[in-house]
Ligand binder design. Structure first.
Ligand code: MG
Ligand code: MG
Length: 274
């Protein structure tokens, strides 16, 4: 609104460097988890791997104790969309496991998620994961100075809608991130372009589409955490933490800063060694 100061936290370059350190811890942890997922493991086994990975980096898990959340990561399997609690569930061949991970370094947060298929994916499930991850990158490609916030969600939605008859989750959205995991603004995965605040140098956003094979509707299980699809169809979730810089989006939770995926979309990224 005219004359009203934005409530979005702006980071200085050295603060982005700390968020990058947290982002690398998250990227490393998700990589280890992706390589570890196998039939016969429990989701609690994955949580233990994440706990060790984050601790060995000298970082702190963002999720553990967050509003009472009892684990280091969220593990959401098949029809579970997000916020699944690691436990005794045994991972089976063909399952989709969505893993969400956050870490804190020097008070600065990184947050990212990915979905992985255990073994062979059906074509339908393989497409779901590709569509969701590509939609994330389409959204990230909009995270440039001068764009409007809703350009991100519009790009995500446009990609998903063009790809097929999927449900885009609306109740859970991306968010600003920095000194807290969840900050202003909300970053929906849908909507018209050209609305909301203009993106400025120093903003950081977690962009995180959740896409369902069936309808978009969700419900929360009796554990008060696990969010599932109402129709029981499977879901995928991909997320990155993105810094908005004068030289383009810097994907803090991607090892290459997003350079490869964004170059393929014609978007420049800051020149960096890591
Ligand atoms: Mg997350
Ligand atoms: Mg998030």
């Amino acid at each position: 609104m005219f004359g009203r100061k934005s409530s979005i936290e702006l980071k200085k370059p050295e603060q982005f460097e700390r968020m990058r350190a947290a982002g690398i811890v998250v990227a490393d942890t998700l990589q280890v988890l992706r390589e570890s997922v196998a039939p016969g493991l429990t989701t609690a086994d994955l949580d233990a791997i994440a706990r060790e990975s984050i601790a060995s980096a000298g970082a702190t898990p963002s999720f553990l104790g967050y509003h009472g959340f009892p684990a280091v990561i969220c593990t959401s399997v098949n029809d579970e969309i997000v916020h699944g609690i690691p436990g005794s569930r045994v991972i089976d061949k063909g399952d989709v496991v969505s893993i969400d991970c956050g870490a804190i370094v020097d008070g600065w947060h990184g947050d990212a998620a990915l979905s992985v298929v255990v073994g062979e994916a059906t074509p339908e499930v393989a497409d779901l994961l590709t569509v969701t991850e590509t939609a994330l990158w389409r959204g990230i490609a909009q995270a440039c100075v001068g764009a409007r916030l809703s350009d991100i969600g519009h790009a995500v939605e446009a990609h998903v809608r063009a790809a097929g008859d999927y449900g885009i989750v609306e109740e859970y959205v991306g968010h600003g991130i920095g000194t807290s995991m969840h900050m202003e603004p909300s970053v929906p995965n849908y909507g018209q372009p050209g609305h909301g605040p203009r993106l400025e140098v120093g903003m950081a956003l977690a962009i995180e589409p959740m896409v369902n094979l069936g309808g978009r509707h969700t419900k929360t299980l009796d554990d008060d955490w696990t969010v599932v699809t109402v129709d029981g169809r499977w879901s995928a979730h991909f997320e990155h933490t993105v810094a908005i810089t004068a030289d383009g989006p810097w994907v803090l939770t991607a090892h290459d800063g997003g350079a490869e995926r964004l170059a393929a979309l014609g978007v420049a990224t800051p020149a960096r060694s890591s």
